[in-house]
Design a protein. Structure first.
Lengths: 212, 10
């Protein structure tokens, strides 16, 4: 564990708490892509299967349980409790265009040809693009509630912080995970556009609005 | 360097 990864994980934790706070305080999931949330639940369930047979640490165990439980809880909130506040007509990204290529990539790039390893690889690739339905929705509506942009910023910061973590590990442990690093760099790059607007508008006290 | 999965990461 190093400071970059710890801050990254805490940022990830914070992003989920901000998302829950957004849904509870506005009693609405307006502006949140159900598809992205469903992809994250898929990512956590397929990646953390090792929960049942590989012990890493208490920290690792608790975080995995939290990520699976909270992502399923968000799906429940969106699908049942606040269902009327979700508008599927603007959440139109075709997730099959993500699931298919990620499955192919997992078959091509993995560490062992076993089902858990293939699912792990699949989850890494899927996580890197899972935010696309959300960003697509943002692009379509052209604006977002400030709390939603804080959620996205915390999620993006988590990914960005993993990059110095990998550089640090490369130097101190001589360890490189090429699959996670490649997917992680792609994932962080997807946030660049969002970060630009977040820093130049939201953090200056303005509303998140994209140019028409 | 050692190339392999970083399974301790989340």
């Amino acid at each position: 564990m190093n400071i970059f990864r710890l801050l990254g994980d805490l940022s990830h934790l914070a992003s989920i708490l901000i998302l829950l706070q957004k849904i509870q305080s506005t009693r609405s999931c307006r502006g949140i892509s159900f598809k992205t949330q469903a992809l994250y639940a898929t990512v956590f369930i397929t990646r953390y299967l090792d929960l049942f047979y590989d012990w890493v640490s208490l920290y690792n165990f608790v975080m995995k349980i939290f990520f699976i439980a909270s992502s399923c809880y968000v799906l429940y909130l969106m699908k049942y409790k606040y269902r009327p506040t979700h508008d599927p007509s603007i959440d139109t990204f075709r997730v099959e265009y993500l699931l298919g290529p990620c499955a192919v990539l997992a078959l091509l790039f993995h560490y062992r040809f076993t089902l858990p390893e293939l699912l792990w690889s699949f989850s890494i690739f899927l996580e890197s693009v899972a935010i696309l339905p959300q960003l697509f929705m943002l692009q379509r509506t052209g604006e977002a509630e400030t709390i939603t942009t804080h959620y996205l910023a915390a999620l993006g910061a988590y990914r960005a912080l993993y990059i110095p973590n990998w550089i640090y590990r490369w130097f101190t442990e001589d360890m490189v995970d090429p699959i996670a690093v490649t997917a992680g760099i792609v994932q962080t790059a997807l946030y660049l556009d969002f970060f630009y607007v977040y820093f130049t508008k939201v953090l200056q006290g303005q509303k998140f609005e994209l140019p028409a | 360097s050692m190339w392999g999965p970083a399974k301790d990461e989340l």
